[in-house]
Write a protein that binds this ligand. Structure first.
Ligand SMILES: [Zn+2]
Length: 251
C-alpha cells in the first residue's frame, strides 16, 4: 500500500464491505484488510500468511470472480463453505470481485448470508462503479469509496460545489462551469464520484441517526442518480451541470 492511500478501517462487526475503486486499488485494499486480520503482526507483508493472502491462496479466504459473467453455480462453493461452523477467532473472508457485474439473481441468492453471516465469516465486495452494484447488496454493505481517494475528481473545480454546504449563487457556479470546460467523459466520472460521495454520506447519516441529513442525502442522491441514468449528449455537459446545480441546491 503506498503512503498516499489511507487504508480502509476493517470493522469486522460490519458483516459486509464494498470497496469502490479501480481494479488495482480495490485489490490492494482487500489484501490489506484481510492481512490485517490473518497476520499475527497486523499485516506485516512479509510473513507466510500475508504472502498467501496476496497470492489469493490463503486457506481462510475464497476469491470469487466471474469468468465471462457470474453464474449461480460459482457461488456453490461459497454456500458449502458457509455450512462449516467457525467462530470469530477463526475468521474466513469471501472476496467477491467485479460485484458490479453480478446479476440480480446471483446477488439475491447471497442476500441472507451477507446480511447475517454465520460467526467468523466476512464478505468483501469489489467494484469499479457503485452504480453497477445491485442495490440490495449495496444497502447491506459498508461502502468505502476508494474511487474518491485515488481519483483526481475530488479535486475537480466543480466537486466542492456539490459536496460542501457553502452557499454559492448560480451565477458564480455558471462561471465555474464555463471555465472548467468539462467534457462528457469527465461529467460521467464526476457524477460517479459525487454519487459515491453522497451515498457514503447517507450511510454516515444512518449510523449517526441523523434523519435530517438522511432526508437531504436522499434528495441529492436521487438528482445524481437521474443524471447518471441519462449521461450528457455531446455538447450538453455544461447544461447538465447548470441544471443539476439548480435542482440539487433547490434554487
Ligand atoms: Zn504478515
Amino acid at each position: 500500500m503506498d503512503e498516499s492511500t489511507s487504508p480502509v478501517v476493517f470493522d469486522t462487526t460490519i458483516p459486509a464491505h464494498l470497496l469502490i475503486g479501480s481494479h488495482e486499488t480495490a485489490y490492494k485494499h482487500a489484501f490489506a484488510m484481510v492481512q490485517s486480520k490473518l497476520c499475527m503482526q497486523n499485516g506485516c507483508q512479509t510473513c507466510v500468511s500475508c504472502r498467501m493472502v496476496r497470492e489469493q491462496q490463503h486457506h481462510a479466504t475464497m476469491w470469487i470472480a466471474p469468468e465471462k459473467k457470474y453464474t449461480r453455480d460459482q457461488f456453490e462453493s461459497l454456500f458449502e463453505q458457509l455450512s462449516f461452523a467457525r467462530d470469530d477467532n477463526d475468521p474466513f473472508f469471501f472476496i467477491i470481485e467485479k460485484a458490479d457485474m453480478m446479476p440480480p439473481a446471483c446477488a439475491n441468492s447471497l442476500l441472507k448470508s451477507v446480511e447475517e453471516p454465520p460467526a467468523g465469516y466476512h464478505f468483501i465486495f469489489l467494484a469499479e462503479r457503485l452504480n453497477g452494484v445491485v442495490p440490495t447488496i449495496r444497502s447491506r454493505c459498508a461502502i468505502h469509496n476508494l474511487a474518491l481517494q485515488d481519483s483526481s475528481y475530488s479535486n475537480h473545480p466543480l466537486f466542492d460545489f456539490f459536496t460542501s454546504t457553502a452557499f454559492h449563487d448560480p451565477a458564480t457556479f455558471a462561471k465555474a462551469v464555463d471555465q472548467s470546460g468539462i467534457t462528457e467523459h469527465e461529467s460521467k466520472e464526476l457524477l460517479d464520484a459525487l454519487l459515491s460521495h453522497w451515498i457514503s454520506t447517507y450511510r454516515t447519516a444512518v449510523i449517526e441517526k441523523s434523519s435530517e441529513l438522511q432526508t437531504s442525502c436522499m434528495k441529492i442522491i436521487s438528482h445524481f442518480s437521474d443524471a447518471h441514468a441519462q449521461p450528457p449528449m455531446p455538447g450538453s455537459s455544461k447544461l447538465l451541470w447548470k441544471d443539476l446545480f439548480l435542482s440539487v441546491k433547490g434554487v
